[in-house]
Ligand binder design. Structure first.
Ligand code: SF4
Length: 295
């Protein structure tokens, strides 16, 4: 039986003291242990950013890819070995910026992977520029007069384009985040877990304190995640599109917004019906029917 220690490397994280990444790192390790997984039964694909630096702090089969390209790599790994649990890790700049096209298509396809996004609403690794989830009006090094664009709402987007497990976690609530990651990994289909992660160095607005004052758990109220209309209404509860205002009072729902069962991309590929690609010999793969179709 593996322990949390088995998933750690000899290197202690280099994140800034108090960074929200620590809570997500802890929840991820807890989630692997709770499922009885060992490091060699687990695959994690990392993007570029402070979140991606976790590649050096986690003992798993890991792939540290290019920025915005976590989803294609994770999809390829899952299709080659669909019995392997595959988790992708990225940040808001990575997944909702340059990688957004890949994310939308993976959600439409319902690829059976779990994507945990460290959403700190800023580019941390490059020292504090506006990101796709920065609030309108946020003043950063790249927008000294305030961000002009309205932010992307990952929860509403995911529900709309076809993700089948849509959740928001908070790095300050490790217990709930662990449960959400376990739920996402057990779910068959694309799981998006948008994890709010205060960047204590560059995002001086949305801090741990700010979140603690506003968040609540959907699981403690009456919410049916199978009801798409209700999930949508809950997604609309945090009006991130409003102009930034430190004094405004938001109620921020966390937990599982939406879940449905729908066939996964891999389920619809006849080549994977018998066995995982890695378990098939080259002789077993018959491309003749395909060649006849193309003729
Ligand atoms: Fe965390 Fe921000 Fe420091 Fe990056 S810059 S490690 S996100 S606190």
């Amino acid at each position: 039986m593996s322990t949390v220690k088995d998933f750690e490397t000899s290197q202690f994280p280099t994140w800034c003291p108090g960074c929200g990444d620590f809570g997500i790192w802890t929840a991820l390790k807890n989630a692997f242990v709770e499922q009885g997984l060992s490091p060699y039964q687990t695959c994690v694909v990392f993007g570029i950013g402070c979140s991606g630096n976790m590649a050096s702090f986690l003992t798993v089969y890991g792939f540290h890819g290019l920025q915005g390209r976590t989803i294609p790599v994770a999809t390829g790994i899952k299709l080659a070995n669909h019995t392997l649990p595959v988790v992708a890790i990225g940040g808001d700049g990575d997944g909702y910026g340059i990688g957004l096209g890949h994310l939308i298509y993976a959600m439409r396809r319902n690829v059976d992977i779990t994507y945990v996004v460290h959403n700190n609403q800023i580019y941390g690794l490059t020292k504090g520029q506006t990101s796709p989830t920065s609030e309108k009006g946020a003043t950063t090094k790249s927008t000294p007069f305030g961000a002009i664009e309205i932010p992307i709402d990952p929860i509403a987007l995911a529900i709309d384009v076809g993700a089948t497990y849509v959740a928001r976690g908070f790095s300050g609530n490790v217990k709930q985040l662990t449960e959400l990651i376990v739920g996402g990994m057990k779910h068959k289909g694309f799981a998006l877990i948008d994890a709010m992660q205060p960047c204590v160095t560059f995002n001086h607005l949305n801090t741990f304190h700010w979140f603690y004052e506003r968040i609540y758990e959907l699981g403690k109220e009456e919410h049916d995640p199978r009801d798409k209309a209700k999930a949508w209404a809950k997604a609309m509860e945090w009006p991130t599109q409003l102009t930034v205002d430190e004094n405004r009072i938001d109620r921020i729902p966390t937990g599982l917004f939406y879940q449905e069962e729908r066939p996964c991309y891999g389920d619809e590929l006849p080549q994977l019906a018998g066995a995982s690609l890695v378990e098939q010999s080259i002789e077993q793969i018959d491309i003749q029917p395909l060649m006849e179709k193309l003729a």
